[in-house]
Design a protein around this ligand. Structure first.
Ligand code: 13P
Length: 263
């Protein structure tokens, strides 16, 4: 069976609730989503109530995600948000282990594993990010880093929860304005490695976990990643923060993947 194509954006620390809701509303009128494709939008926490309300009211097929969560159900964790809080808003997905969380906010593999376990216990979909730093790449240990992030991040998870998992390969050196876009030749071996590591741990079901690429994706380079045999989708930052931008990167992707544009 053909694997599903996933495409979404992470707004990071951008957009007010009104701006995020306007984005979702405009997106609904701007794209026709083909069968076999799933879109997602991950706004900041403060936008989630407005966006999930709108998604519910309009029966939107777009998954709405949160950018992070804490592993505990409740407690003295000032500034943190629990899985139950996200679920009360009707969030479909939680992003865990983004490079900016790992790098700037010192999240460890162990922390991320706790979060993955909690999300799965709660039945929340997870988009788990993995990727090596520029130094790790320079010393040729990128594969070891990604394998370690996966082995620890997915430690002890219940195999029955695997259908809730999607993985984004986002090399740290390719993300953001200071990033150098990866080449498809860099991405395919890492996507295959991700599939192999998860497959070794969970068997065939592990090999079917969707693997996305993210890091300086734009309308010009998207098709090159989408064409890769082990890539199931794209996770886009800056290039998809406007509806026009989202639409043009999506259009380039769908032309490559489905041989047709979004109309
Ligand atoms: P950019 O596309 O802006 O490099 O960001 C990618 C990313 O971090 C998505 O989570």
């Amino acid at each position: 069976m053909a694997r599903r194509f996933l495409f979404g954006t992470n707004f990071k620390m951008n957009q007010t609730p009104a701006e995020s809701a306007a984005f979702l509303e405009a997106l609904a009128g701007a794209v026709v989503i083909p069968d076999g494709a799933q879109l997602f939008v991950i706004p900041p926490f403060t936008s989630l109530p407005a966006v999930t309300d709108l998604a519910g009211a309009t029966n939107s097929p777009v998954w709405i995600g949160a950018q992070n969560m804490h592993w505990a159900d409740a407690g003295a964790y000032t500034g943190e948000i629990s899985a139950a809080m996200l679920q009360a808003l009707g969030v479909d997905l939680v992003l865990l282990g983004h490079a900016e969380r790992r790098g700037l906010f010192h999240e460890s593999d162990r922390d991320i594993n706790r979060k993955v376990l909690t999300a799965f216990e709660r039945g929340l979909r997870v988009l788990l990010c993995v990727g090596e730093t520029a130094d790790e790449r320079a010393f040729d240990v990128g594969g070891e880093t990604v394998a370690r992030q996966l082995k620890i991040g997915l430690h002890d998870i219940d195999p029955a929860r695997l259908p809730l998992l999607q993985i984004a390969y986002e090399p740290v050196w390719s993300i953001g304005a200071a990033g150098v876009p990866a080449r498809p030749d860099d991405v395919e071996p890492m996507a295959r490695l991700i599939r192999d590591v998860v497959g070794e741990r969970f068997g065939e079901a592990g090999r079917d976990v969707p693997v996305l690429y993210g890091g300086s994706v734009d309308a010009a380079n998207a098709a090159g990643f989408v064409a890769l045999p082990d890539i199931d989708g794209l996770f886009v930052g800056r290039a998809a923060w406007t509806v026009d931008g989202f639409r043009s990167v999506l259009d380039a992707s769908l032309r490559e993947r489905f041989g047709r544009s979004i109309g």
